[in-house]
Design a protein around this ligand. Structure first.
Ligand code: COI
Length: 361
């Protein structure tokens, strides 16, 4: 990363984080699109353990460092783990904002239940996210340059040999400053519709953010990237007819004044950005449908866009399916752009939050 952040060595922990306050000058040498989505380790992480009784002990902040795991930890052997993603934004006046962190806490609870794990309460979850952001305050970029991505993890750290839930769990939260997820930045993406590999199947775990949903798509993603595509769009695994989601985001199509997105039916992640965009679109007077969307309907759309915490709102310029490539409208006059502007405005504290989505810290 070719920018300078004034470096302070890891400092004593609580109670006073004010010393970490970042000034815009710290980031001044950075071009606004320099930050991509690579890991930039920050100063502190938060952790909290839970053993057999299902209750999490009091959590604490420690310096960001490697963790020790038994070779037989359930997460390493059987993939018993889930994660979340949320972001902290710096307002123009320097204040810090979180966007709907409680929604990530709720989703972690749902995911934990599916994966046979105990989970922190929503209150513990939000507290941990706040603590992590405050401790790493100096790493939150000015809003036009990016945000601080916060990654909560819940993993089975206790040892197992036979297939069984772990006897101990760890909840960890770390953070990294990020910019655009895709190398295209806000530029249009080219998506490839995958019909060999599936992302999720009926009765599986596609609706939760388990770590084991993500590595199976790497092969399809790698192949698509080698062929010049930005990302992969997956189809339903039964009929290979309906679109589901992309590797790291949900998908929307716009046709006239109707906005549609695949319905949540057990194979699709209920994205916080997805739900927020639906509400914003309804507030703007658009019709919104959560329904089955065929590939044919996708290819006939006026606009297509992806949503996710990491991705934000990403505009799709083209889609390729069975060697047929179709282009879509992009640019500042589109519906997608209007929705993007409203969302980003709320997230950065520029547009008034009438929904109680913003948590000021
Ligand atoms: C997120 O959007 O927060 C995610 O977790 C997606 C991940 C593949 C980066």
């Amino acid at each position: 990363h070719n920018y300078k952040l004034i470096s302070k060595s890891a400092s004593p922990l609580q109670p006073e984080f004010e010393q970490f306050r970042c000034s815009d000058d710290d980031w001044s040498e950075m071009e606004s699109d320099t930050l991509g989505f690579g890991l930039m380790p920050t100063d502190y992480m938060y952790s909290m353990k839970c053993s057999n009784d299902g209750n999490f002990e009091k959590g604490c902040l420690t310096s960001y460092a490697n963790i020790q795991l038994s070779p037989s930890a359930a997460v390493l052997n059987y993939g018993q783990g889930i994660f979340e993603g949320t972001k902290a934004y710096r307002k123009e006046d320097g204040g810090l904002l979180l966007f709907r962190p409680d929604q990530n806490g709720v989703r972690m609870k749902i995911g934990a239940e599916r994966m046979c794990m105990p989970s922190p309460s929503v209150c513990q979850f939000v507290h941990a996210v706040k603590q992590t952001v405050l401790a790493n305050k100096r790493w939150v970029p000015p809003c036009e340059k990016g945000s601080l991505y916060v990654r909560p993890l819940l993993i089975g750290t206790g040892p197992v040999l036979g297939l069984a839930p772990a006897p101990e769990y760890t909840f960890l939260v770390y953070a990294s400053p990020v910019g655009n997820y895709f190398k295209e930045g806000l530029g249009p993406l080219s998506l490839y519709v995958e019909d060999e590999f599936d992302r999720a199947s009926r009765g599986g775990t596609g609706f939760v953010k388990t770590i084991s949903n993500y590595s199976p798509v790497l092969k399809a993603l790698d192949r698509a990237k080698k062929n010049g595509f930005s990302d992969v769009l997956y189809l339903d695994s039964i009929n290979k007819r309906h679109i589901e989601e992309a590797s790291s985001s949900n998908i929307f199509i716009v046709k006239g004044d109707l906005i549609s997105t695949p319905a949540i039916k057990g194979t699709i992640l209920s994205g916080v950005t997805r739900r927020s965009i639906i509400e914003i679109a309804l507030d703007h007077g658009y019709k919104v449908k959560e329904c089955d969307i065929t590939v044919d309907e996708l290819m006939e759309a006026d606009e297509v866009f992806c949503t996710g915490t990491a991705v934000g709102v990403a505009f799709v310029g083209s889609i390729t399916y069975h060697s047929k490539r179709v282009g879509f409208k992009t640019g500042s006059q589109t519906v997608s752009h209007k929705l993007y502007t409203s969302l980003v405005g709320i997230q950065r504290g520029v547009i008034e939050d009438k929904k109680g989505w913003i948590v000021e810290i």
